[in-house]
Design a protein around this ligand. Sequence first.
Ligand code: FMN
Ligand code: SF4
Ligand code: FES
Length: 710
Amino acid sequence: MIGLQGFPRERTWLLPALHAVQHEKRWISPEDLTAVSEHLRVPLSEVYGVATHYPEFRLGQPGRRVARVCVGVSCRILGSLELLAALERRLGVTAPGTSADGGWTLEPFDCAFNCSMAPVAEVDGRHLGRLGPDDADRVLGAPAPPARTPEAAEAARAALAVIAVPTPMPSPIPEGDAGPGLGQAADPGRWFAASQRLARALSSPGELRLAVGVGSCGLSVGAAVTLAALAAEVGRRGIRARVVAAGCPGLCWAAPTVTVLRPEGAVETAARVGPGEVGALLDAVAAGRRVQPADVTAYLAGQRRVLTDRCGLTDPGDMADAIHRGSYATFAAALASGDPVAVIEAVKSAKLQGRGGAYFPAAVKWEGARRAAGEPKYLIVNGEEGEPGIFKDRHLLEGDPHRLLEGALLAAYAAGASRIYLYIHGEAELAARRMERALDAARRWGLVSQHVLGSDFSVEVEIRRGAGGFVLGEETALMESLEGRRAMPRAKPPFPVEAGLWGRPTVINNVETLFAVPLIVARGAAWWTGLGGGHGMKCFGLSGHLRRPGFVELPLGATLRDLLEGLGGGPAVGHTLQAVLVGGPSGSLVPPRLLDEPLVPGGTVNPGTGGVTALDDRASLRDVVRTLLDFNTRESCGKCTPCREGTARLRDLLDGRSNGGPSSAGREVTELADVVRLASLCGLGQAAPLSILSGFREFPSAFIDLSLKG
Ligand SMILES: Cc1cc2nc3c(=O)[nH]c(=O)nc-3n(C[C@H](O)[C@H](O)[C@H](O)COP(=O)(O)O)c2cc1C
Ligand code: SF4
Ligand code: FES
């Protein structure tokens, strides 16, 4: 039986226990549900309710192998439906379904959160990117995972760990030393000086570094093979260089990439480096020739990389590298000053607004939690990112986990929180592994402990994993899931800063929000307000009909034209931009006439969470709107009637199922959309009608059969 005994017998462990079962057996049987119920002492009906609520839990036995094809907007407009149909024919199944011999289960899924590599399929948990409609062989020929023995599972985990951490991580605190003890004078300054010395020694200044872009995006097109080939060739030639598995530098379209950091400081990124190109790359590096193509230069020069400046360069598994590049200096300085309110004041003056979509001032939450009665206080890092079309937090987590951790530690210190939950999407395996390594290193370097660096600040950090569902990213739904319940939003007030997790004061912040914190505290509020017309920087994920889809950063106030034409390269030759989907399933269809509007919170075009999907003249806007409405309908948690019934009804109206026939469907849609928008409890329902409303308003010809006047 599964090792449930390791879980304390408390309801909060319900999702982790279900994950453990599924990880070991690939699905969760009725007997497993009973065992979990008995061990955690949660009624079986509720265990069943939770297990069936989260889409990632599998309650039926799958085939020996599982292929999933993404049918989200970015993938379907580039041919994933045709690929799915080809696979159905080859396997003789209708997806979702399992072939007669039990060999393959084939399923559609809503988003792999790797939209810049569309179309994407997932085979036994591994992504394949840039697929075409004729790539059924590539999917069915993907290597099978090793047999599911405990040894093989451990080897697979170790392989991912190698990708995540290729270098050792010694601690500045001598072996056996528990770190600064209770009551000892705070001395973060001395810690910092010692850590800098050690980091300098370990990170070998002056060395040649070859950083392979090993993010989820790069891995889907062979970055692991490039990494192995490069490491082997460097060894064979006896070159003195460090080969690093870094995150993605944002150049998803050019993956696999290799960024060359020369000893004298020059940095260049080579594009599309397969194993066959490794030799030529090393020849060019040895000869001192340029390796960065002009399109990469233009793409990087067109951005201002502030939050993301280390993504693709730093080694996410190497604490010394992180410290050498400045990590934890700000946290140590804040502890040394002994003034958490100064951190709040810096972030308040900077007017940092949350990047999870609502743009709420971060410092206001921290101040609220600090003042609120009740202990312990919690900080939750919202790394759920379950909104199709959005993939910026994955890039940040994979690329620079130490910057997030430092931001979270500063936020917890400011808000008076003693416990941090890093909540990461259940399928974001690489992000979770890299965060685990970073957290492990931070513990060993004395940064996560009782009386951190001898100060009066004590903190514990735990990583938790989601199990799918868009609504899970909503802050109170996420707290419900941490408590071991279905992800259903709570009514507010009370707000989380007063009564959040287990009724205690809780701050929840998005990953990108926390990325900005160490920089703001170090460089000052004026520096941040001097960016983006006072709004600071923003990360965007570009996907759809673009020549250069990827992950980029610009000051807020930039325009869709800057993003799509300046960086993304526009649609392929011979095609024109028809519309832009900004903000995934909560977003709107934006017409080309608004391409020059500045993207600012509350502006004509709201940047939202930063998902931007280009739709050229080949896309059916009606199909796009239907896809989003259908997704919202399935994702509605059902707690409130307007959302549960209204989103389904909107979809039916779009499908032509109106009581009064086509002549009144348009009026019914606009009236119902208003009700759903205004009467839904949470942002899912409130934003669900935006795509159809913007579609009707801006692209009436796509909905011509539904009379708009009624
Ligand atoms: C349906 C829904 C899904 C959401 N998903 C996310 C998410 O994946 N990540 C996130 O940070 N915020 C998400 N949010 C917003 C959170 O509720 C919350 O506002 C945010 O985590 C606060 O962090 P911030 O203030 O730093 O932006 C979602 C909201 C709704 C209504
Ligand atoms: S608006 Fe929809 S998702 Fe949000 S609580 Fe209501 S039913 Fe659930
Ligand atoms: S990966 Fe396919 S839509 Fe996101």
